[in-house]
Ligand binder design. Structure first.
Ligand SMILES: [Zn+2]
Length: 77
């Protein structure tokens, strides 16, 4: 199942949607470094509460979570 990651800048209208967490992070970092803006991201289909709970537990918290997904390995930030 594809994961959509929305990257949205808090300081300008920059918003992009990516289907890869890794690509989204790269774009986020590039925009922050290029502009000094603060960029947030949001993983598709996760509510804030689920996202937070998953982060606290060190797992994604999705019912269809794949333990071999790159998402899991990238989650510790
Ligand atoms: Zn920006």
């Amino acid at each position: 199942m594809a994961t959509s990651v929305t990257v949205a800048c808090a300081d300008c209208p920059y918003t992009e949607v990516y289907d890869s967490l890794r690509v989204a992070r790269t774009a986020l970092d590039e925009h922050e470094q290029a502009t000094g803006h603060r960029v947030d991201w949001q993983i598709g289909r996760l509510s804030t509460g689920v996202e937070r709970a998953g982060s606290d537990a060190g797992v994604c918290g999705l019912d269809d979570c794949n333990p071999e997904s790159p998402l899991v390995h990238d989650w510790d930030e």
